[in-house]
Design a protein around this ligand. Structure first.
Ligand code: PEP
Ligand code: MN
Length: 359
């Protein structure tokens, strides 16, 4: 259904170069600050960003300068070569931005979660031909993100892009928002023509991780980056820990290693095919091993059934997890990957055993 929709509603390309770079402060704070940052990023960025209506978790936080910030964005358009972008969260914001000539709009993560708001915004944007970027919803639910694109496409909007800003998680992590790269990759599978821009600032939550996340986004063939930039991040009124100075920002962008998706060089493609062949063979072996393991699981289930033993034994599960992690550690594998892999294997072992027990 979604694929059919994407085919029908042709998405129009608005990315003028790769990486397409959006930079600017989390929030517009004063007129001078906003214009000065724009001038400082002008050489490297394509679009200037600044939030003027800020959705904050805590009502006592700085909630943006509001309407007067719009005039500052207009001045930037006059004084620099940059296009300007801001976050919109309702139809009123859309109307204000459209009459002021804001070039690019984005829907924030806290708005994407609410279909009522997305629908209201889509309606207000009907017949408008400017790029609309949709941030992923706060929690890792691809369906909500896809739904937002579908609502915009249904309203006839053709210049659509995605912003991957990571996902909230209760688990302790080095990231402010877990990148869960598999989700934007799934988005790409669903809507090939929608460009994806990574927002390393909100994923990282801290300046030290921004370079690495930006490079990962490029390695995964993302189309662009949105990076928060401030003249003096330490005194920023919002997201102080994650904003880069214009100099740090420029250095990261200039030092990105860019790769080609499809190489025309036959020697390189041949070598890549050789690696892929090896991977294909190994994956076949993994599947055969899973089959062999499952045969033993079935034997165990029959045995437990005859002897009236429960399927699940906590101690045995802990032992599996501990010993597999130890083996993985010796081979320098990612322990989180080992844990997740065996949780999945164990989950289906229980499914198989339950089916046999109930026969
Ligand atoms: C922002 O871009 O400043 C912002 C509020 O981001 P998000 O919606 O991703 O939290
Ligand atoms: Mn921010």
């Amino acid at each position: 259904m979604l694929l059919l929709l994407a085919e029908r509603m042709k998405v129009k390309e608005f990315i003028t170069k790769k990486p397409f770079v959006i930079a600017g402060p989390c929030s517009a704070e004063t007129e001078e600050q906003t214009i000065e940052i724009a001038k400082a990023v002008e050489d490297v960025a394509d679009v200037f960003r600044a939030g003027i209506w800020k959705p904050r978790t805590n009502p006592n936080s700085f909630e943006g300068v509001g309407l007067k910030g719009i005039d500052w964005l207009k001045s930037i358009k006059q004084e620099t070569s940059l296009k300007v972008a801001t976050e919109i969260a309702n139809a009123k914001h859309v109307d204000i931005c459209l009459s002021a000539g804001v070039d690019v709009l984005w829907i924030g993560a806290r708005t994407t979660v609410n279909p009522f708001y997305v629908q209201e915004i889509a309606k207000a944007l009907q017949g408008v031909d400017i790029p609309i970027l949709v941030k992923n919803p706060i929690h890792p639910e691809l369906g909500l993100w896809l739904g937002a694109f579908e609502r915009l496409m249904n309203a006839g909007i053709t210049q659509i892009g995605a912003i991957h800003r990571g996902f909230y998680s209760y688990e302790k992590s080095v990231f402010r928002n877990n990148p869960k790269w598999e989700i934007p990759i799934r988005l790409r599978e669903e809507f090939r023509e929608i460009p994806i821009i990574c927002d390393p600032s909100h994923i990282a939550g801290h300046t030290s991780l921004i370079k690495e996340i930006s490079q990962t986004a490029m390695d995964l063939n993302f189309d662009g980056l949105m990076i928060e930039t401030h003249l003096d991040p330490s005194i920023a009124l919002s997201d102080a820990d994650q904003q880069l100075t214009p100099k740090e920002f420029s250095s990261i962008i200039k030092n990105l290693i860019l790769r080609e998706e499809n190489l025309n060089n036959t020697i390189i493609t041949q070598k890549l095919s050789e690696f892929r062949l090896k991977i294909d063979l190994l994956d076949k072996k993994i599947i055969k091993l899973l089959h062999d393991r499952n045969e033993i699981v079935k034997n165990i289930a029959e045995f437990k059934k005859e002897n009236r033993i429960t399927i699940f034994q906590l101690e045995r599960w802990f032992e599996i997890l501990r010993t597999r992690k130890k083996t993985g550690k010796n081979l320098e594998l990612d322990l989180q990957m080992i844990a997740e892999l065996f949780e999945l294997i164990h989950k289906y072992s229980i499914v198989t055993q339950t089916q046999i027990m109930h026969r």
